[in-house]
Write a protein that binds this ligand. Sequence first.
Ligand code: URA
Length: 278
Amino acid sequence: MQDLPSDRDALRALLDFHVEAGVDLALDETPHNRFAEPKSEPAPARSPPLQGTASPAASPVSPLPRALPKAAAGAPDEVASLAREQARHAQSLEELETILAGFEGCALKFSAKNLAFADGNPEARVMLVGEAPGAEEDRIGKPFMGRSGQLLDRMLATIGLDRSQVYVANIVPWRPPGNRTPTPQEIAICKPFIARQIELASPEFLLCLGGPAAQNLLGLKDGILRTRGRWYTYQAEDGREIRAMPTLHPAYLLRQPLQKRLGWRDFMALRRALDAKE
Ligand code: URA
């Protein structure tokens, strides 16, 4: 292993470099040089990421389809279909959260500090769905708690809403390490849970925050700048149709402040739709 610099400033600079590069999680007490390990040595058994729920006591719902067949461990399709079965089992948002907390089919669970299931009011007329939690959301265990969340709150305030009048969630409820983009497999595994969450919350309006939410929930192929601001139909599995609009993600608006006017237009369209249906 590379020698560490001995003075404080150099160590801090090295640490900052890692954090900026997205390496901001310590998974173990000491570093491992995986290249130096003998090929035959099995990887240390940290946690079993591709099992079913942690224990029968993890959920009040039973019988819950739990373990993956051994042969299927690692096959994303099998894990996604287990996720679908488990998600369908939930009869309430509380049950869904309990099931998700015990679900071990997504490896992100094992690097995240907390499950960031939802924030706001599950009875709200409006549900907003983002991509995945960041560091602050992971620390607190709720979606949209950091800078993006603060901007989101300001945007909601411009149309007279606050968190008690909206319900907020993410497609992926665990933080990807270093805030990397969730992989298509991770999204496929988590999607049945967010689909069930939308179904159980049953909002009148769904706002997809950013391209990934719009593409994965509404099946849109075009980029967010083309699709934003228009109403689409979200087709819930129970047959319900929900009016849904893609809009720009607050994290994007923080990087591109001039685009805030587009976000504001979308929020005004939501306000009009709310008023028209009151
Ligand atoms: N970005 C998201 O998409 N979701 C969060 O919860 C925070 C930032």
